[in-house]
Design a protein around this ligand. Structure first.
Ligand SMILES: *Cc1c(COP(=O)(O)O)cnc(C)c1O
Length: 228
């Protein structure tokens, strides 16, 4: 490394150190069970140019919530950083499943049988079996995606046995404006019942709480990249 790096890279390193430092403290403070908490850097709305300093700083796990936006941004970056692991964290329409399977490495938003079936056949077709999370509508909110809480365990089983998907974990976005901890605790409980080891929960405002409740993946956007 040169002793004088461009400002963008210095800023990216500082932001990453700050967030991973807080993650580590949260893990130690609460003595949460997960050995390791993975940071998914949520780069939605930020350009390839704004994302690249984070790649230079060594980050490799990123999240995007829209297939089209990811398609405009990531093929070029992935060509230069082939070990990137890109997570789809937003709702997926079945007619975009083929593109999603081609571009992403992990799908965190599996939430209905039709999608599970289409994803499975697209993965088969592409010869690319991606690890998936089932998204749970943990607050039972009408406007939010995700499988209802009381159907989650059966749905995970169906994804595995009927659709043949590799389900590694559960994901949720808790309701706004109320404490997230009870919802995080409930997702962790559901994950244990469903027999999955990964738990994706917590964003910029609440990732420490999520870690306390057993998150193994946190999805952090604005605290790393700035305001959207
Ligand atoms: C945008 C987004 C995030 C990151 O949110 P921040 O508050 O910017 O950290 C996490 N998860 C999902 C599903 C998102 O859409």
């Amino acid at each position: 490394m040169t002793d004088k790096q461009p400002d963008g890279i210095v800023r990216a390193k500082t932001a990453l150190d700050y967030i991973t430092g807080r993650m580590e403290k949260a893990r130690n403070r609460f003595g949460a069970p997960p050995e390791k908490v993975q940071l998914v850097a949520v780069s939605k709305t930020f350009s390839g140019e704004q994302v690249e300093p984070f790649l230079v700083a060594g980050r490799r796990v990123f999240g995007e919530n829209r297939v089209q936006e990811a398609k405009d941004k990531w093929p070029e970056l992935k060509a230069r950083y082939p070990d990137v692991q890109l997570h789809l964290i937003g709702p997926l329409q079945t007619n975009k499943a083929r593109e999603a399977v081609a571009l992403f490495d992990v799908i965190q938003s599996v939430d209905r049988d039709k999608l599970a079936g289409v994803l499975a056949s697209e993965m088969e077709r592409a010869g690319r079996k991606l690890p998936c999370f089932v998204q749970v509508n943990i607050g039972g909110e009408e406007q939010k995606a995700g499988i209802p809480v009381d159907e989650a365990v059966d749905f995970v089983a169906r994804c595995r046995t009927e659709h043949g998907l590799e389900i590694v974990g559960l994901m949720c976005i808790p309701p706004d404006g109320v404490p997230a901890a009870p919802y995080f605790a409930q997702l962790a409980e559901l994950a244990a019942k469903a027999g999955v080891s990964e738990i994706s929960m917590g964003m910029s405002g609440d990732f420490e709480t999520a870690i306390a409740m057993g998150a193994t993946y946190v999805r952090v956007g604005s605290a790393l990249f700035g305001k959207r």
